[in-house]
Design a binder for this molecule. Structure first.
Ligand SMILES: [Zn+2]
Length: 434
């Protein structure tokens, strides 16, 4: 399979993006860095905004959700909005507020399960810690990002000699008792709590006692890679859904100046249902759109006209057909790797796609010269969902759910196609170029 150099470069840029984003807070910081390099300015939600046609801005809520936008040159009521959404979070293991414990001379960190990871894939990986930590200051606290590049943690498997049936019955962990991550050997005169706090304090250059609170994920330190006989596939952690975040951001930065308003909304908390202040079910996107409308001087009537002319593309990964498990898939709706973006439909509105919105997205793909595919889940299997229906219901705008095919969704090491990422970027850029 011939992989053009441009597609390979975009896939490499995606892997670099993922590897710079071990947590949702790091993902937002990496987006912020790229946006600022492209001339976007940060707006604070707590300040007054002054918006003008052609303005390029972004704003961040709670450190892990970000909305970037370009103000259109045409009157917003007539031009509407084109909005592309994705999510910054991925399922996995999160440290508890008081994680450190000693067990028969070993140090362990207690974790909670965030979302629905394939837990077995977290075993025997070179895990470490990343996230945000609040440190006491003279007048309160300050928030910092931390990330350990060297592996600090591990979830060692039980040997097959003690788990003889594992290959027949599957690898299972009791979430309370068998998931704590090994951190080290206990030392005389130093508590588990002290041993856990010390590396965090050292990285931040503060006293251990001044560490107040944290949200820390166990991340996989292995970098992204290309694989396959022609290097036509990629593998990394968190491709669901940092690949869509990257494609949406790439499209926003690549699209030529246009008359309409363009927004990219990257939400935290999709994997746990989106119901939070920063999530897709919260007010974030509606608040930003209201401020865009106010900045353009729209009255209520014109705001409704603007929304009626708007379109939302919810970008999240799709289940790629796996030849080893043909019975898991709907035979007539295979999503093949390296065969283009997938339009996801579900009659029960687990996806927001309608016949109209699907046809519209097909038009973007045609304009970009990329193939596209249609996916439906097996009728006898429960279907997943994403931010599409949540945002569509909240804003009342036309919406489609799309995404690149992905193998092993919610594994700590997912894989996808190099061409598919380039195709998705091209289709989203076409959507932003009208
Ligand atoms: Zn997802």
């Amino acid at each position: 399979m011939n992989i053009p150099a441009a597609a390979r470069a975009q896939a490499q840029d995606l892997l670099d993006f993922v590897d710079a984003s071990p947590s949702p807070w790091h993902a937002v910081r990496e987006c912020e860095r790229r946006l600022q390099a492209a001339g976007f300015s940060r707006l604070e939600e707590s300040e007054r905004w002054t918006l003008a046609p052609g303005g390029r801005h972004f704003t961040v809520r709670d450190g892990s959700s970000l909305i970037a936008f370009v103000v259109g040159s045409q009157a917003a009521a007539a031009a509407g909005l084109t909005l592309i959404g994705a999510h910054t979070d991925s399922p996995g293991l999160r440290l508890k507020p008081k994680p450190a414990e000693e067990a028969a001379g070993m140090l362990r960190l207690g974790v909670e399960v965030y979302g629905g990871p394939l837990l077995a894939t977290f075993a025997d990986r070179d895990l470490s810690l990343a996230g945000r930590v609040n440190v006491r200051t003279a007048d309160g606290f300050a928030s910092h990002l931390v990330c350990f590049e060297q592996p600090l943690l591990r979830l060692p498997n039980l040997a097959i000699h003690m788990n003889r049936e594992v290959n027949e019955t599957g690898l299972k962990f009791n979430k309370q008792t068998e998931l704590p991550l090994l951190l080290g050997i206990a030392a005389d005169g130093s508590s588990a709590e002290a041993r856990f706090r010390q590396p965090l304090a050292d990285q931040l250059g503060v006293e251990p006692a001044d560490l107040l609170t944290w949200e820390l994920v166990a991340w996989d330190t292995q970098k992204g890679s290309f694989w396959g006989v022609d290097g036509e596939f990629i593998a990394d952690s968190q491709l669901d859904n940092l690949a869509s975040c990257h494609a949406a951001l790439f499209a926003l930065l690549a699209a030529p100046p246009a008359s309409g308003n363009r927004l990219v909304a990257l939400f935290d908390h999709e994997e746990v249902g989106s119901e939070s202040a920063a999530g897709a079910g919260g007010s974030f996107v509606a608040d930003v759109i209201a401020r865009l409308a106010a900045g353009a001087g729209l009255d209520v009537e014109d705001q409704r006209r603007m929304l009626a002319r708007s379109f939302f593309i919810s970008a999240d990964m799709a289940h790629a057909w796996n030849p080893n498990f043909p019975a898991a898939y709907e035979p007539g709706h295979h999503a093949l790797v390296n065969a283009g973006p997938v339009i996801k439909s579900n009659a029960n509105q687990r996806y927001s796609t309608t016949a109209d919105s699907a046809a519209r997205f097909m038009g973007f793909c045609a304009r970009a010269g990329v193939p596209c595919q249609q996916y439906a889940h097996r009728t006898d299997l429960g279907c997943g969902s994403t931010i599409g229906p949540v945002v569509a219901a909240r804003l009342g705008i036309a919406s489609v759910d799309v995404g690149s095919p992905l193998w092993a969704m919610h594994s700590i090491r997912e894989s996808a196609g190099v061409l598919d990422h380039a195709y998705l970027i091209a289709a989203l850029t076409a959507a932003f170029s009208q």
